[in-house]
Each structure stands twice: as C-alpha cells, then as structure tokens.
Ligand binder design. Structure first.
Ligand code: PGA
Length: 245
C-alpha cells in the first residue's frame, strides 16, 4: 500500500510569522494516515522543522554537489542538517527560470538520495506540447531523464502540467488518469516492484473544491499543492479529502 502524501510548495512565499499556519495544519495531519509535507523557502526550513507534530518539512531545490565553492546554493546534506526530510527537484519553475535540464534534475535527485532524503521529482508538459499531442512523449522523456538509476520505492513523482500551475486550469480527470497510468507503467518497467511503490502526485491548481475528484483517480497518491498550501484552512481541506480518499 502506498502511503498518501499531501505536499505543499510555498515557492518564494512565507515568513517566520507565516509558519503559524503549520500549527493550524497539525490537527488535519493528526486526523488521518496521509503524510503531510510543507516545503517553505530554504531560510525557513530550520525554524519550521519539528515545529508542528505530523508536518514534515522539505526543500524546493538543492545543488547537485554536497559542498564546495557554489555561492548562493544549498546542498542536500545542508538541508538534511537543517531538518528537511524531502526535496522537490525539477519543478517547472526551476526548469524555466534556471534552465534546468533533465540531466541537471537527475544529478540533483541523486544528491537528494545520497543525503538520505526523499526526492519529489516533477515532470509535466507545456500547453503547446499538450495541444500538439506530445504529452506522453514529453512526460516519458522527462521521467527517463530525471530519475537516476538506483531510485527506490521511496521516490515520489509529481505530474504537474505547466499550463495548470497557478492558472486555475486543471486537466480533465481522464487526462490525469491517462498520464498517471502511463507513468506507473514506465516506472514499473524500469524499476520493477520499486516502481509500483513510488508515489505519484498530481499538481497544478489543486484546491479544496477539486481535490476529492482528483484523489479518486487511479494512481493518484496525493498532491503537490502551491497556492492552496499557504493557508491551513485550504490545505487542511485538501488533507481531509486525501484522508477520505
Ligand atoms: P499551484 O502550484 O497549486 O499554485 O497551481 C502547484 C505547484 O507548482 O507545485
């Protein structure tokens, strides 16, 4: 049985004061079996880690190296030392804003695994790619190129269509189901039993109002939530929906 995961990505939002939202999320996390994760900006990780019972804390990115002369970067071991248990890699905003390639994402993901942390690897097509019928090709290529050999069942993959992120637009349930079934088959073909154990999250405009129907889709093991993870009332409702799924 794959443990459900509600993951929040705060992106470049938040403050020490905003971490009070984590306290308000704790009762939702305590009410069910789903794992709950919040990924705040890096400077908040050490303050957030261990603050609220049942709320794991992760990072949004890391460098591929463990240490060295890389001004402004943060490594997976440093994140682990700060209390992070998970690291998001390959988010489309990193791929777009920082030109990260699949090879870059694979190297970062390897660094996450080497540090003993859980990687949440993001993939997803642009609107143009979807409209030209390339979705499965794009997702397949990103999956193959972004996940290193030796990944175990602990790895998490997030399917985030670029056109659904922060837009309020969501694919149909059939479209989500098609991509998730495809990803499951690809991961099982490559990693065998481990591929069956990897959790597959959907991400992109997940809200309290659409969470229940999305969580009912086969091979959707949870969500990676941006905007709706900033407030405990919204994220709590999404956690409730996942626990009820
Ligand atoms: P959103 O972001 O929920 O605000 O659309 C999702 C994400 O980028 O992970």
């Amino acid at each position: 049985m794959r443990r459900k995961l509600a993951a929040g990505n705060w992106k470049m939002n938040g403050s020490q004061a905003a971490l009070a939202e984590l306290d308000a999320m704790a009762p939702y996390a305590a009410a069910g079996d789903a794992e709950v994760l919040i990924c705040p900006p890096a400077p908040l990780i050490a303050v957030a880690a261990g603050r609220a019972a049942g709320i794991a804390v992760g990072a949004q990115d890391c460098h591929a190296n463990a240490s060295g002369a890389h001004t402004g970067d943060v490594s997976a071991p440093i994140l682990a030392d700060a209390g992070a248990t998970h690291v998001i890699t390959g988010h489309s905003e990193r791929r777009t804003d920082h030109g990260e390639t699949d090879a870059d994402v694979a190297a970062k993901t390897q660094a996450v695994l080497d540090a003993g942390l859980v990687a949440v690897v993001c993939v997803g097509e642009t609107l143009e790619e979807r409209e030209s019928g390339k979705t499965l090709d794009v997702v397949g290529t990103q999956l193959a190129g972004s996940i290193p050999e030796g990944a175990t069942a602990a790895l998490v993959v997030a399917y985030e269509p670029v056109w659904a992120i922060g837009t309020g637009k969501v694919p149909t349930l059939q479209q989500i189901g098609e991509v998730h079934a495809f990803m499951r088959a690809e991961l099982v073909a490559r990693f065998g039993e481990a591929g069956d154990g990897m959790r597959l999250l959907y991400g992109g405009s997940v809200k309290p109002g659409n969470a229940t129907e999305i969580f009912a889709v086969s091979n959707v093991d949870g969500a990676l939530v941006g905007g709706a993870s900033l407030k405990a009332a919204d994220f709590g409702a999404i956690i409730d929906a996942l626990n009820a799924a």
